[in-house]
Design a protein around this ligand. Structure first.
Ligand code: PTJ
Length: 249
């Protein structure tokens, strides 16, 4: 692949594209993951490629919800396995939470490749290989999950989820924390807590708050989570976007 000049104004963004396109070649990321990334990139551009105050709050609340959970799971798909696997492993260790490979376009070959990638990045136990259960209300390969992983979890963190699965997980009674740069997506509207941020920034931000809140009073954390108004946050983000765009020219 052609070398990207370091002084290119979009160097970071081009490096991320390169990472994902290599991960497609290596069989980790599904080819449609590039399309999903393009949509995310467009929203990130509109958001100014930084975490805004409303999202930062969502990341704090997510950390609280993950710390309060009895059986939390961090779900890993082909995009996040390419973008920041190490950060996801670190977050799952800090909570602590189970790490499960859970794919929309599931194939054993890709599950195995992601497994190797996570192991290379230092993961200990990884769920998602057994696929001995189904996310209820989904009758397709995308519903496969581990009985002692996502299936029996109470809180799931899903980066780049699709709306149907997010809805199905909620119907199963789980608290869903979704990371999705598109505030209009069904996932963002369905999740209990939506993080409208790039996974690259979101995972380290949540980890920061997990460390801060670890010894915090549990009742106080519970109150924060119970008082969270996801709809209001999405409304604030949309206002933030329109104000930002209106003031640009
Ligand atoms: O690896 P698999 O088989 O599980 O497949 C993963 C993809 C992402 C291909 C699959 O879940 C899919 O098709 O997702 P969607 O329905 O296209 O949704 C992806 C959402 O993620 C979109 O709303 C994007 O805006 C958002 N997105 C893309 N890149 C990022 C992102 N959100 C946060 N950070 C990103 N880097």
């Amino acid at each position: 692949m052609e070398e990207i000049p370091k002084n290119h104004p979009r160097y970071d963004s081009l490096k991320i594209r390169e990472k994902l396109s290599n991960a497609v070649i290596n069989g980790i990321t599904h080819h449609t993951g590039l399309i999903a990334h393009g949509r995310g990139e467009a929203f990130d551009y509109i958001l100014g490629e930084k975490t805004n105050k409303y999202t930062y709050e969502a990341e704090k609340i997510s950390a609280a919800a993950l710390l309060l959970a009895d059986d939390p799971v961090v779900s890993i798909n082909g995009n996040v396995a390419a973008l920041n696997p190490g950060d996801c492993i670190n977050l799952s260790n800090e909570i602590p939470a189970k790490l499960e490979i859970n794919l929309f376009h599931r194939s054993n070959e890709r599950v195995n490749k992601i497994y190797v990638e996570l192991k290379k990045n230092g993961a200990d136990k990884i769920y998602g290989l057994k696929a001995d259960a189904n996310i209820s209300f989904l009758d397709h390969n995308r519903g496969l999950c581990d009985k002692d992983g996502i299936f029996s979890s109470d809180v799931v963190l899903v980066p780049l989820e699709d709306g149907d699965r997010c809805q199905a997980l909620r119907k199963m009674g789980k608290k869903v924390i979704a990371i999705d740069l598109n505030p209009l997506s069904r996932t963002a509207r369905e999740a209990d807590i939506s993080i409208i941020d790039n996974v690259i920034r979101a995972i380290p931000n949540i980890t920061y708050w997990v460390e801060k809140y670890r010894n915090f009073d549990r009742d106080a954390l519970k109150e924060m989570v119970d008082n969270w108004n996801n709809n209001l946050m999405l409304k604030n983000i949309c206002t933030y976007i329109s104000k930002r765009l209106n003031s640009m020219f």
